[in-house]
Design a protein around this ligand. Structure first.
Ligand code: UD1
Length: 467
């Protein structure tokens, strides 16, 4: 762990009772003002809801998968591309979805919902600005860039900034828009893009860490109403990219090859309204599958797509879990302590970075040593320190974590640093005796729909403690 410098930070650590994780994250900030801002932000989080997880019992039963957050967010943004109403079914009730809907409303777009069905109607001319106040709460706010450029020819979108899992650049999003002919200025923390005379183009959208899901989707959304043919080489092939393409095609767009590294878009003049149901959330399903394996239970997940989870399922089987799959259901059963395994995160169909933290919890209880290599995001091991506080033995060196399995973890008070790290800590809580308190579950609410209720239907004891 990175120690705080003595003097002022030692003093501040005491005053704010900052945990080891918060201290380590504070010292990563580049200057004094960012450190103070981060520290105060962390204090704010202490005043948020927390989970009390009382573990030690095997999960049993059946739950239904929610729709994929990473599809739903760009699909909602893509509704900007038509003036006709678009109806999206099975929209999960997540903080990030609420933020996206607020963002659309702030642009003068009509949003209504009945249960989990949301209708978005961007009749009239949407305002072209996505303000910092909303985008700072959710990185995916940048998804309005492509649709605004395509439909209105102008987009002013706040730069999203960094986050706890490392630098999150947007150069590839800008590269896509510029290749189509948009003129872009970065000023006062905003991307200011103008689309005078955009035309289809051929581009390579791959960065040093591989393809970008966000840039592929944003460019696809900008290109569907752009005259001519656009070819995206080095496109991300994640199922959510294909799902957004499916949504765009249901509006009358012509997109071919989404789910392969080469996506071809033929621009059309106009798109129409549609009804759509997004794909199931493979990351939620993977998280629940690990919960079953860790607690040595038996869990069925319905309404899911096991074919989107080939790499994680292979690891689960290697770890000793029995995994049965059907076209839209998954059954995970485990009786013994997990066997150790090695994973390397990679773009789809490789092992997803969004399940790395959860599998680290599984590895921490394995009978032997596992290695986990993170290749997508540079600082995505913050959960390791918190798992260590629960008795795990994780040694992180650069992008590799070596996890020496222990027989049991012990309940503790822990702090979540990001969305998937929070899930890893909940899993750790489910696997150990006693009550684990997880602070900052605000992150979980961004991406998991009522996780405590879903786990409760499987017999877990997870209580939300409201502040
Ligand atoms: C999406 C997912 C996120 C997931 C990630 C990787 C959403 C809302 N989020 O994030 O849950 O973890 O895919 O599967 O869908 N990069 C650049 N320049 C860019 C953009 C990205 O260098 O302009 C880099 C990133 O730093 C990272 C890699 O490309 O190293 C992949 O990131 P990307 O696929 O873009 O992630 P997101 O779309 O932000």
């Amino acid at each position: 762990m990175t120690a705080w410098p003595k003097s002022i930070w030692g003093w501040a650590a005491g005053v704010f009772q900052a945990s080891d994780t918060v201290q380590a994250m504070v010292v990563r900030q580049p200057d004094l003002s960012s450190r103070l801002t981060f520290l105060l932000g962390a204090q704010e989080c202490l005043a948020m809801d927390r989970f009390a997880v009382t573990g030690g019992r095997p999960l049993q039963g059946s739950v239904e998968a929610a729709s994929a957050k990473n599809s739903v967010l760009p699909i909602l943004a893509a509704c900007i591309l038509t003036e006709e109403p678009c109806t999206i079914d099975a929209v999960p009730q997540l903080e990030d979805v609420a933020t996206m809907l607020r963002l659309l409303q702030s642009m003068g777009i009509r949003v209504s919902s009945t249960g989990r069905t949301v209708t978005v109607e961007a009749s009239g001319k949407p305002a072209s600005e996505a303000p910092y106040d909303i985008v700072r709460k959710m990185r995916a706010g940048y998804y309005v860039l492509g649709p605004l450029l395509g439909r209105c020819g102008r987009a002013k979108v706040s730069l999203p900034g960094g986050c706890a899992i490392g630098a999150r650049p947007v150069d590839l999003h800008l590269k896509g828009a510029r290749a189509l002919g948009a003129a872009i200025d970065i000023e006062h923390g905003y991307i200011d893009a103008r689309a005078t005379g955009m035309r289809g183009a051929t581009m390579v959208l791959e960065g040093t860490n591989g393809p970008s899901v966000g840039a592929t989707i944003n460019t696809m959304m900008a290109a569907v109403l752009t005259q001519g043919e656009t070819v995206i080489q080095g496109a991300a092939a994640e199922p959510e990219v294909a799902d957004v393409a499916g949504f765009l095609c249901s509006m009358g767009a012509v997109v071919e090859g989404a789910s392969t590294p080469l996506v071809r878009i033929h621009g059309v003049k106009k798109l129409h309204g549609t009804s759509y149901r997004p794909v199931p959330d493979r990351i939620e399903v993977g998280t629940l599958a690990v919960a079953a394996a860790l607690t040595r239970g038996q869990v069925e997940i319905t309404g899911c797509r096991p074919d989107h989870l080939a790499a994680p399922i292979e690891v689960l089987r290697h770890a000793g879990a029995e995994v049965e799959t059907g076209p839209d259901r998954l059954m995970v059963k485990a009786k013994d302590r997990p066997r150790p395994f090695n994973i390397t995160t990679a773009p789809y169909p490789g092992f997803p970075t969004d399940l790395q933290a959860q599998f680290m919890t599984l590895a921490s209880l394995a009978e032997g040593t596992s290695t986990i290599e993170e290749n997508i995001f540079e600082a995505r091991f913050m959960h390791a320190m918190e798992l260590d506080r629960m008795g795990a033995r994780v040694a992180v060196k650069g992008s590799v974590a070596v996890v020496t399995g222990v027989k049991r973890l012990s309940a503790a008070q822990v702090m979540a640093s990001d969305l998937r790290a929070s899930a890893a800590l909940v899993l750790a809580g489910l696997a150990c005796e006693g009550t684990t308190e997880i602070l900052r579950i605000y992150h979980l609410d961004r991406g998991y729909e009522k996780l405590e209720e879903k786990l409760a239907t499987l017999g877990a004891r997870v209580e939300r403690v409201r502040k």
